[in-house]
Write a protein that binds this ligand. Structure first.
Ligand SMILES: Cc1cc2nc3c(=O)[nH]c(=O)nc-3n(C[C@H](O)[C@H](O)[C@H](O)COP(=O)(O)OP(=O)(O)OC[C@H]3O[C@@H](n4cnc5c(N)ncnc54)[C@H](O)[C@@H]3O)c2cc1C
Ligand SMILES: [Mg+2]
Length: 447
């Protein structure tokens, strides 16, 4: 195969597909999306169940401020539903379950107050980090030289508050608090909005799953999306025509959008080599992976018997959430396991998870109708679920995140300054790259 297009897009995750759809909406039809995998969607992925229906192995939830996602879903005829059952999270630490109150009043609960105080301090610090240029935050170098864990240690006085905070970071955000940069974490949370991230980010999910949005874009783009087309080489991006070598042949393009996790970009050979700052960014980029599991039951029989269906255990590094459909036609519990579990054999992992479900939801939870797990550690084209940047990288190479190199433009959720690491960020980064590319093509055609 050899083809000539105006725009080549590398990666058919929701970011690359949003870029392609935006270009189409801007009247640019000469485009090709090259996807390494035999499917589209990247980190959005439906899994059909033997017992009927599907579960989502990747990105699932959305909140009311994720307007690019909500609009795109609507445009693609994919409708929202309730994301999960109402109810607060129970935090488990040293065999005790605690429901954290945002504004504790009881003098006796020192740990609750300690936690709330640390959260308030963290929120205020988040707001000091510029969304577009986090490396220009006041004291950026100091914030980036510190780990999130060190900050938690300094800003809490009780073991419980420290453990709850670390548990939030590990389970809800990204990775080991003792390995990720404080500045990175502050920026990550600020791009979402502190309250939106904690309170409304799981309000909705989508009928048919988030991957359906990708599938519907592909249906409209037709043959402009190529599967099993892993791009291994991009050359001539400093000239008038870029050459992309993929498994299926050669593609020549005037402009390129690379819509992948920065870490996976390091596997592509660039001629000439990318500037040093870009190389540093992609080679030092770190990620982490959860293992996601689903337990399916005939009915959500536990509802009404337990006070909440959302448990985050700091002791076990497991988070489980009741996501049963509102009409209670079946019971569905989703779980996220910390990366530590990846080293266990699958059978051992399942045994531990079922025991945990038995303790939290009731003994009958040990006998699900169906059990599904998905290990994102093993996915060749994603290199992890979510980014977990080490100290120092954002201040030394962050400015490469959004600077095009010749005719190469960058997309992928990691490049977004709004809801980075979420589907919303992926869509926005794709749409922004598409608009930049369209601007360049127009300026060429008018000169
Ligand atoms: C378990 C899990 C739970 C999550 N939960 C949520 C959630 O509830 N809500 C939310 O908003 N977000 C969630 N996320 C995050 C969300 O899924 C991602 O932010 C989003 O899907 C990223 O999209 P992307 O297009 O930027 O990247 P990706 O989806 O990673 O797309 C990149 C694409 O590039 C392809 N590719 C890689 N290398 C090459 C190559 N050399 N040549 C060609 N193609 C290549 C890959 O196969 C992939 O299709 C979750 C993610 C995971 C994994
Ligand atoms: Mg994707």
């Amino acid at each position: 195969m050899s083809s000539h297009v105006e725009v080549a897009i590398v990666g058919a995750g929701i970011s690359g597909l949003s870029a392609a759809w935006e270009l189409h909406n801007l009247g640019i039809e000469s485009l090709l999306v090259l996807e390494a995998n035999s499917r589209v969607g990247g980190r959005t992925l439906n899994h059909p169940l033997v017992s009927g229906g599907y579960v989502e192995q990747g990105g699932t939830w959305a909140g009311p401020t994720q307007t690019a996602l909500l609009n795109l879903a609507q445009e693609m005829g994919v409708y929202i539903k309730k994301g999960k059952l109402e109810g607060q999270t129970l935090y488990g630490f040293r065999q005790k379950w605690t429901m954290l109150d945002a504004s504790p009043t009881s003098e006796s609960d020192i740990a609750q107050k300690d936690f709330a105080q640390a959260m308030t301090t963290f929120e205020a610090l988040c707001r000091t980090v510029p969304l577009e240029t986090p490396w220009q935050a006041p004291n950026a170098n100091i914030l980036d030289s510190m780990t999130m864990g060190a900050w938690i240690e300094q800003n809490t006085t009780t073991d419980e508050a420290r453990a709850w905070f670390e548990g939030c970071v590990r389970q809800i955000l990204s990775g080991d608090p003792n390995k990720v940069s404080l500045l990175w974490m502050l920026h990550f949370v600020h791009t979402a909005g502190f309250n939106d991230l904690l309170e409304t980010a799981e309000d909705f999910s989508f009928v048919g799953g988030t991957q359906q949005i990708c599938l519907n874009i592909v249906e409209r783009l037709g043959e402009r999306v190529l599967l099993n087309a892993c791009v291994t080489e991009i050359s001539g991006y400093d000239h008038s025509l870029v050459q992309l070598i993929c498994e299926r042949g050669v593609v020549y393009a005037q402009q390129v959008i690379v819509a992948m996790m920065p870490k996976t970009v390091a596997r592509i050979q660039f001629h000439p080599p990318l500037p040093p700052i870009h190389r540093q960014l992609i080679t030092q980029w770190e990620t982490m992976s959860w293992i996601k599991f689903h337990a399916i039951y005939e009915k959500p029989w536990w509802q009404g018997q337990i006070i909440s269906g959302h448990f985050l255990s700091i002791d076990s590094k497991i988070e489980v959430i009741d996501i049963s459909p509102e009409d209670a036609t079946r019971g569905v519990i989703v779980g996220l396991l910390a990366p530590d579990y990846a080293t266990l054999p699958e059978s051992k992992r399942q045994e531990l998870c079922l025991a945990f479900l038995g303790e939290t939801f009731g003994q009958a939870a040990q006998q699900p109708l169906e059990w599904v797990e998905f290990d994102w550690n093993n996915q060749p084209w994603t290199s992890g679920c979510i980014s977990a940047l080490p100290p120092g990288l954002l201040t030394s190479a962050g400015s490469a995140l959004n600077s095009p190199v010749g005719r190469i433009h960058w997309a992928g959720t990691e490049r977004s300054s709004i809801w980075a690491n979420y589907i919303e960020g992926a869509i926005r980064a794709g749409q922004n790259a598409a608009r930049d590319v369209a601007g360049k093509l127009r300026s060429v055609s008018t000169t």
